[in-house]
Design a protein. Structure first.
Length: 208
């Protein structure tokens, strides 16, 4: 499945500011949220609609509403938390799950420590949130955990992706549609995306 790489001017403008090392944690959080909202607009484009009749101040008319599809957003902790507000602002009735993973700095492999998903996950379309798709290990593992609960569908949304992570995720889960705001050049020897934007979690929460 071909990934969606955003080319909208607003998204690209905001990503540029996000990359800048001078951007404060406050502004960084705001930008992550804004970009997520714009990306979520694209990720929900295929939601089915049904017709309803409404009465305007002038007359009755036929219009459209979303046809009862249930959504769930699942951020990968901790950086994925920075994307939740932007997604929920667009889809306020969505449920929120959480998957906790961290990357072993030696092996670069994901280590799981937490998983809590909505009880009715089997009735929902899931969008997994993580700002960075680097090696792809965390995304692959998180999606594997969610698949065990048999949701209706799964999509993955990130801000910055490396070719290596994109390839790993596509090979492991070819049925999952991927959305990202920018596809960068490569991973460096430490597994960080180049040019990237640094450690998203540290920049969101002001930690080092």
């Amino acid at each position: 499945m071909k990934p969606f790489i955003a080319d909208h001017p607003l998204i690209q403008h905001k990503v540029t500011i996000l990359r800048d090392e001078r951007t404060s944690s406050k502004q960084f959080r705001e930008l992550i949220s804004e970009i997520t909202g714009l990306m979520c607009y694209e990720a929900t484009r295929d939601l089915p609609l049904c017709e309803v009749t409404v009465k305007t101040p002038l007359c009755e008319t036929t219009s459209h509403v979303i046809a009862g599809r249930k959504l769930a957003f699942v951020p990968i902790l901790r950086a994925g938390l920075g994307m939740v507000d932007g997604a929920v602002e667009l889809v306020p009735n969505a449920r929120i799950g959480h998957i906790g993973l961290y990357r072993d700095e030696t092996t670069l492999k994901p280590v799981e420590y937490y998983c809590k998903l909505p009880g009715d996950i089997g009735e929902r379309d899931v969008i997994v949130l993580d700002p960075m798709l680097a090696t792809g290990g965390s995304a692959v593992d998180a999606i594997s955990q969610i698949k065990e609960r048999k949701p209706r569908s799964i999509k993955f949304m990130c801000i910055i992706a490396a070719p290596e992570g994109l390839k790993a995720l596509q090979e492991a889960h070819p049925d999952v549609q991927i959305y990202c705001a920018a596809l960068d050049e490569k991973l460096n020897e430490n597994g960080y995306i180049m040019p990237g934007l640094g450690d998203a979690g540290d920049r969101i929460f002001g930690t080092k």
